[in-house]
Write a protein that binds this ligand. Sequence first.
Ligand SMILES: *[C@@H]1O[C@H](CO)[C@@H](O)[C@H](O)[C@H]1NC(C)=O
Ligand SMILES: *[C@@H]1O[C@H](CO)[C@@H](O)[C@H](O)[C@H]1NC(C)=O
Ligand SMILES: *[C@@H]1O[C@H](CO)[C@@H](O)[C@H](O)[C@H]1NC(C)=O
Ligand SMILES: *[C@@H]1O[C@H](CO)[C@@H](O)[C@H](O)[C@H]1NC(C)=O
Ligand SMILES: *[C@@H]1O[C@H](CO)[C@@H](O)[C@H](O)[C@H]1NC(C)=O
Ligand SMILES: *[C@@H]1O[C@H](CO)[C@@H](O)[C@H](O)[C@H]1NC(C)=O
Ligand SMILES: *[C@@H]1O[C@H](CO)[C@@H](O)[C@H](O)[C@H]1NC(C)=O
Ligand SMILES: *[C@@H]1O[C@H](CO)[C@@H](O)[C@H](O)[C@H]1NC(C)=O
Ligand SMILES: *[C@@H]1O[C@H](CO)[C@@H](O)[C@H](O)[C@H]1NC(C)=O
Ligand SMILES: *[C@@H]1O[C@H](CO)[C@@H](O)[C@H](O)[C@H]1NC(C)=O
Ligand SMILES: *[C@@H]1O[C@H](CO)[C@@H](O)[C@H](O)[C@H]1NC(C)=O
Ligand SMILES: *[C@@H]1O[C@H](CO)[C@@H](O)[C@H](O)[C@H]1NC(C)=O
Length: 631
Amino acid sequence: MDLLKVFALLPIVTIWLGARALPNAPDAYTPKGEICPTTRPSVRNGSSISTNETAWLERRRNVTVDAMIEFLGRLDLGSLNASLYIEENAANASALPNIGIAASGGGYRALMNGAGGLQAFDSRTVNSSLPGHLGGILQSATYLSGLSGGSWLVGSIYINNFTDVTSLRDSGTVWLFQDSIFVGPKDSTTFAVRTSDYYSQMQDAVAGKTDAGYNTSITDYWGRALAYQLLNATQGGVDYTWSSIALSPNFQSGGMPMPIVVADGRAPGQIIIPANTTVFEFNPWELGTFNPPLQAMVPLEFLGSNFSTGTLPTGQQCVRGFDNAGFVMGTSSSLFNQAFLQVNNTQAPQIVKNSVSQILSSLGAANLDIAVYEPNPFYLYNNQSEYANSSVLTLVDGGEDLQNIPLEPLLQPQRKVDIILALDSSADTSTRWPNGTAMVATYQRSLSSLGQQSGLAFPPVPDQNTFINLGLNNRPTFFGCNSSNASGSVPLVVYIPNAPYSYQSNVSTFDLQYNTTERDAIIENGYDVATLGNATADSKWPTCLGCAILSRSLERTNTAVPESCRACFQQYCWNGTTNSTDPGPYYPTYKLSQLHGSTSGARRSILFTSRLELEVVEAAVCYALICSLLW
Ligand SMILES: *[C@@H]1O[C@H](CO)[C@@H](O)[C@H](O)[C@H]1NC(C)=O
Ligand SMILES: *[C@@H]1O[C@H](CO)[C@@H](O)[C@H](O)[C@H]1NC(C)=O
Ligand SMILES: *[C@@H]1O[C@H](CO)[C@@H](O)[C@H](O)[C@H]1NC(C)=O
Ligand SMILES: *[C@@H]1O[C@H](CO)[C@@H](O)[C@H](O)[C@H]1NC(C)=O
Ligand SMILES: *[C@@H]1O[C@H](CO)[C@@H](O)[C@H](O)[C@H]1NC(C)=O
Ligand SMILES: *[C@@H]1O[C@H](CO)[C@@H](O)[C@H](O)[C@H]1NC(C)=O
Ligand SMILES: *[C@@H]1O[C@H](CO)[C@@H](O)[C@H](O)[C@H]1NC(C)=O
Ligand SMILES: *[C@@H]1O[C@H](CO)[C@@H](O)[C@H](O)[C@H]1NC(C)=O
Ligand SMILES: *[C@@H]1O[C@H](CO)[C@@H](O)[C@H](O)[C@H]1NC(C)=O
Ligand SMILES: *[C@@H]1O[C@H](CO)[C@@H](O)[C@H](O)[C@H]1NC(C)=O
Ligand SMILES: *[C@@H]1O[C@H](CO)[C@@H](O)[C@H](O)[C@H]1NC(C)=O
Ligand SMILES: *[C@@H]1O[C@H](CO)[C@@H](O)[C@H](O)[C@H]1NC(C)=O
């Protein structure tokens, strides 16, 4: 058989292999040029969503109907029979609620707290359809976005066949956070490797990519290391691609929400990421940005191909395998690259220490956090964007512009999301709890000229002091309840901040190791954060969340808002009040006071004056003392 025929058969073979994201990279971690399909891939204008997404949306919106009937039907919405309402409008999916869920960054804290939230929203979780629980929201959702630590959560779920959080937690093969990335998965029941083998596998993988002529950065090692913890496959799923999600039949038929991972662009010569930076997304089909002036999308599968002026010149092969799933998650969380500064204190073999050190010294401090995408797929795509003038595209951690919740993809006007559940695990206060900084950042960006050009509409939110003084960072709050205040369509945002219910879940972003007890306690606390302790903190919470989910849809169909929802909005909507006085140090008390003797204070909470200072000090202390012993 000639090569062309082999290639033509590839999609069939890979689909046949199994109903999950696929190990379909041509040569493990090394990107490889192949014969192009008859329609050569090209860069497209990012002023609209893709035709792939549009076609997929039709299927997904239909599939969510039954899940909504199930979930909303369980709630007591007074005069409104919600399941009947959904049924009556089912023929017109665009009348129905269009739900997005966003999982913020914040390292393992964000992974675990976000996991508790997704577990609560997932109808597959045992007992999640009991009164006071919220199972079925995930099945009703259209989009699920993740950033940095939140991207680990999203990636781990999707690359493992949209498995559920409970299965990942209890697998014994992945999520073994007691084995830090510096020792590798030595306790995995299926994929245990000796630490030295783990390092040589990583080294071989990255060296393969380098030897094939691709520039690598410390993110390649970081992404490899992460993947060993997150992907249920040998060698950290070294041949799983992000684009293979789009090939899984379950995804294609609309059986799960669309996953989106966010990274920030670092323009050539830039060091600090400005608030108006270009925000990139990885979705199952594409990498790119809706933001002008770049405003461009490239097919993810063919990343690594030598695009120029948006096309792949004849003679250039179609490269596949660049979009390694671990590398995508590593890119979104590249702030953590700096952990590798400690490589000399680890058990890594000398050859790894040397190559990591060599990369670190060649990068210089300003570039430690970059992921290198070279060749730049957007090279010479247009002449208005500085990104298009460089042969390299550098991407960094999605939270570096302070938009630590991946809201932006969900604000793309054509996606028509009307309700966003925003899980915020940020460490904003000196005691590492959220204070609304991510919401403020996205709101301000929506007002900026870039936000206006990008059509980003976001409801008004108050300053961070108000968030704390009014307790908006300690319980769920609805923003944008009154859509008539807004010009154009604005989603209703349900802000769900990390708070202590049953555990002080404000662990440090730079804590890279957790025993099973603590991991499970933080996930369980996350479940309580989303459900308000299974509605023990407010028995009306499930109803009120249902009201928020239905709100925009009721407006579209001119349906009267039931009285029970009015009461909910009175209680949960931010009404415009502010109190901007300095709140002083923030020490939340346990929300479920029956648990744990202590009522306040935080584990390992030391007071620093700013987040940056805190994190720098913590990292330094960790590296110098504790971590070198642990690792
Ligand atoms: C993936 O999940 C689906 C739905 O749960 C299941 O039918 C399928 O067999 C799974 N595929 C693999 C390869 O595990
Ligand atoms: C992309 O489309 C938008 C809207 O039609 C247009 O303004 C913009 O110039 C296009 N960009 C490029 C590079 O062609
Ligand atoms: C995306 O859409 C294009 C054009 O319709 C199609 O050729 C391609 O196969 C689709 N990609 C996937 C992964 O389904
Ligand atoms: C979605 O459901 C509607 C109404 O039941 C049906 O007409 C339409 O064909 C469905 N679309 C898809 C893509 O399944
Ligand atoms: C991990 O993969 C094994 C097969 O290799 C499968 O039996 C198991 O269910 C998977 N676990 C998760 C959590 O995906
Ligand atoms: C971001 O802001 C800077 C300074 O205000 C401005 O020079 C630059 O053009 C802006 N970039 C974008 C992409 O809007
Ligand atoms: C590790 O040690 C080597 C040799 O002592 C040194 O050259 C290198 O800079 C160190 N690497 C880091 C990341 O500190
Ligand atoms: C809120 O968080 C930001 C950083 O995210 C921090 O700079 C600011 O001091 C915090 N404010 C309060 C009142 O906690
Ligand atoms: C797990 O970690 C927590 C927090 O560091 C610690 O208090 C606890 O003793 C540890 N438990 C075990 C079984 O090691
Ligand atoms: C809520 O339910 C979850 C799962 O059933 C459980 O783990 C958690 O402890 C419960 N929380 C409270 C406060 O009852
Ligand atoms: C707005 O909310 C605050 C508490 O957050 C409350 O004190 C005030 O009375 C409310 N105002 C109105 C008009 O409801
Ligand atoms: C504003 O918040 C402070 C706490 O930082 C509180 O002491 C004060 O009473 C609040 N002011 C009003 C008007 O509620």
